[in-house]
Design a protein around this ligand. Sequence first.
Ligand code: BDR
Ligand code: CA
Length: 331
Amino acid sequence: MRVILDCDPGVDDTFALIWLTAAAHAGAHELECVTTTAGNVDADQCAKNAAWILSLCGLPIIPLAAGTPAPLEVDLTTTPETHGETGLGYATAPERHIEHDWEALWIDAIERGTDDLHLIVTGPATNLAVFAHAHPEHFARLKHITVMGGAVNYPGNTTPSAEWNFWVDPHAAADVFAMMPTPITLCSLGVTEQMLLTPERLEGVVAKLGSAPIAEQLEAITRFYFEFHDDVGEGYQAQIHDLLTVLIALGAVEHEHRVTTIDVEANSDLTRGTSVADLRGIWEREPNCRLVTNADIDAAWDAFAWACSIHARIAAGDVALEELRHLRADD
Ligand code: BDR
Ligand code: CA
C-alpha cells in the first residue's frame, strides 16, 4: 500500500511513525507523505515533530507539510498535559522550516491512483473535512481511509462520552462521516485502549532498536505519557492508540469489524464530539463505517518488534539495500 499519514505527533503518533518508516525501509509499504493536524499540539509543531521522528528513523526525505491550523468551527484546544508542551513528552524537536501546501501532497498522491492508496488519520479529522469540502472530486476517489477516533458505546477520554480527536474538531468528524463515499475504518477507544505499553515493554523496545537514533529519544518521549496515564488513574503505562490504528489500517494485525452508520455530535456542549453508532439500523441510513470491534494486540506488539529490528539492522549497517526490499512483516 501507498500511505498518506495525517497525524498530530504526539507520543502514540510517534510509535505509528516508527512502524511506518520501518515498513517503508523494508518495502512493505510506501510512505507517500506525512501531513499534520492541529490537535495534541499546533499543526506546525506537529510537523516539526514528525520531521524529527522521520529523520531519527532514517527517512528525512518523505514529503511533509503542516495542515489546517485550527478546527472548522471551534477554537483549537491542545493537550500539553498529555503529550507535553512540545508534543513529544520530555523531548524537543529541532526548529526547522515547515511547508504548508498539504493539499497538493494529497492531490498528487490521489492522482497517482487510489486502488492502493490508504489515507490514515491519527489526529483530529480537520484536514480530511477541509479536503472533502475543497476538493470533492479528489476526495470521492479515496477508497481506503482509516481514522483513529471516537468512543463507541464506551467511556470517552476527554468528556464522559467523547474521545480526544473527535472532541477537538467535532464538526470535522461529523462532516467526514456524512460525506464519505465509501465506509471509513474506525479505530475507536474501545479497541485502541487495549494497546498498552508498560515500562518493561518500552525497555525491550529500546533494546530492540539497538543503535537506531530513535532509540536514544524514545524513553524521554514516552516517560511523560506514562506519567499522564498514571495521573489520570490508568496506571504507569500508556495507550498507544495510533500505532494500533496504522497496523489495523494496513492489515498488519488480525481484527474484526462491524459495518454500521456513525454520526458525531458537534453542536452540544454536553455531548460535543460524542460518536453514535446505529448498531440496530434504526436510522435506516447507508453504512458509512467499518467499526473495528477487536484486534490481536499480541500480534500488534510482534509487528512493532519487527519494525524495531529493521531500524536496528539499518543502524548497524548489517542489511544491504537490495536485501531490505525483501524484508517483510513475516521475516
Ligand atoms: C487520540 O488522542 C491523541 O491524544 C492521541 O494521539 C490519539 O490519536 C486518543 O484519544
Ligand atoms: Ca494522535
